[in-house]
Design a binder for this molecule. Structure first.
Ligand SMILES: Cc1cc2nc3c(=O)[nH]c(=O)nc-3n(C[C@H](O)[C@H](O)[C@H](O)COP(=O)(O)OP(=O)(O)OC[C@H]3O[C@@H](n4cnc5c(N)ncnc54)[C@H](O)[C@@H]3O)c2cc1C
Length: 410
């Protein structure tokens, strides 16, 4: 088939890879000048297990505090009724623990296996590391995570609840003064540089049957006939199928076709800084459960990520949130990163549906397929989602069960 993909973030690039591997002729359209320039640019880097990653799903130990100094979601200016409706639904899912957590975790495990297979096959270096500690400042932090740990155990994920001394043996850079009650050790957890992986994969595909049309904005998707209207073009470009992988922009491209996804952009931040002292930095990745902030080693850099703003698109960077990231780094790994120069600060959007899970598969409209709404897990889920969507398009049953992850009633 002749297939168009809208979006060259991590989801669009991996989808192109799998569809080309199935023998399709693929063109990827992106309004930006390179792959992974928007949400996939500077993610925290965390791969599976997904459920304990900040903002993975509503509930399951992910605290939702809207006020006070320890708020986990900041309601900023420019909020619309749609934002508030989304928040209402997210809170409802959190109370009922009704997110499709088990299905998402299986998908994340499957995705990680595929990602490593692709990296090995094409010798892609993406600054990968293995192993994670979820750091618990208090006993209560650990108690809140028990429902999530049960889902992980049921999914066969290796994990241990460990004391502070054992945690410090695993991550010797952890400050001896840090307030550590214990940790959850996930020895098989992965992390790596999402943008680097997307760019390597794109370069490899360029000569292998996939065309990338950068600086090309799609104004409209058509399903009868199937095709795309490119900004500035008079004629529709015709394809046999279109796969929508446009991140947050998917929410705007669908309504003219009669489809609405109740997505919200929950903005987060990352700070990437050069490694200063190897022995004071993380070896792999850690997550501060109470702060919902992660610290990961990415090659010769340390990346701290967190914060969540529900805000209008033009809201400014929130300086106190960035300070919280620096403070958390200093709590756990003082002296690990060089903060005086060479620091990259980034803000990006988690495109979150009210249950935290993406929408995968047929749209119900002729020729249009969906791979969008990956929330806080686009990097962790991309390779698995890409293979599953390619299987569905070929009329095959995906290797991983996708119950509850198709187009659903929100
Ligand atoms: C602070 C932070 C930390 C995160 N940490 C993690 C993590 O540790 N692990 C994890 O798994 N996930 C993480 N995420 C989530 C992850 O970043 C996203 O889920 C993922 O990047 C989404 O990828 P995507 O390809 O769907 O979207 P994007 O990367 O946004 O790609 C969409 C692409 O579509 C293009 N596009 C949009 N509209 C059009 C149009 N009309 N025409 C042409 N092109 C268009 C855009 O230019 C863009 O390139 C994090 C997010 C944030 C904000």
């Amino acid at each position: 088939m002749k297939i168009a993909i809208v979006g060259a973030g991590i989801v669009g690039v991996t989808t192109a890879y799998e569809l080309a591997a199935d023998g399709h002729q693929v063109t990827v359209f992106d309004q930006r000048s390179a792959a992974a320039e928007e949400a996939s640019f500077a993610t925290a880097g965390l791969l599976a297990p997904h459920l304990l990653n900040p903002w993975a799903v509503p509930g399951f130990g992910q605290a939702l505090r809207l006020t006070g100094a320890d708020a986990t979601l900041r309601l900023a200016g420019g909020l619309s009724r749609a934002h508030l409706a989304w928040l209402w639904r997210w809170r409802g899912q959190a109370r009922r623990l009704s997110a499709p957590a088990a299905a998402l975790e299986r998908l994340a495990q499957y995705s990680q296996t595929r990602l490593h297979a692709i990296a090995a096959r094409h010798e892609l270096d993406f600054e990968a590391s293995e192993g994670r500690l979820v750091l618990l400042r208090t006993e209560q932090d650990g108690a809140a995570l028990q429902p999530a740990l049960q889902v992980l155990r049921d999914a066969g994920v290796a994990l241990r609840e460990i004391d502070a001394d054992t945690a410090r043996q695993i991550e010797p850079g952890l400050s001896p003064e840090a307030p550590l009650a214990g940790a959850i050790h996930l020895p098989g957890a992965g992390a790596g540089n999402c943008r680097l992986f997307a760019q390597h994969l794109r370069q490899g595909m360029q000569g292998a049957g996939v065309d990338f049309a950068f600086n090309t904005r799609i104004d409209r998707i058509s399903t009868q006939p199937v095709g795309l209207a490119v900004q500035g073009d008079a004629d529709l470009r015709r394809f046999d199928a279109v796969v929508l992988c446009a991140g947050m922009a998917s929410a705007a491209l669908l309504p003219p076709l009669g489809l609405r996804l109740p997505m919200a952009a929950v903005q987060g931040y990352s700070v990437s800084a050069p490694l200063r002292e190897d022995t004071h930095a993380p070896r792999a990745s850690v997550v501060d459960a109470a702060q919902q902030i992660s610290i990961a080693r990415l090659g010769q850099r340390v990346r701290i990520a967190g914060g969540a703003d529900l805000a209008g698109a033009d809201a400014r960077h929130h300086a106190p949130t960035l300070q919280r990231l620096y403070r958390t780094l200093n709590d756990w790994f003082p002296g690990g990163a060089q903060l005086s120069s060479g620091v990259q600060v980034w803000r990006g959007a988690r495109t979150l549906l009210p249950d935290g899970a993406p929408v995968l598969g047929a749209s119900g409209l002729p020729g249009l397929w969906l791979n969008t709404g990956h929330g806080a897990g686009g990097w962790a889920l991309a390779c698995g989602c890409a293979r599953a969507v390619a299987d569905l398009m070929a009329g095959r049953e995906p290797e991983v069960p996708l119950a509850d992850l198709g187009l659903r009633d929100f």
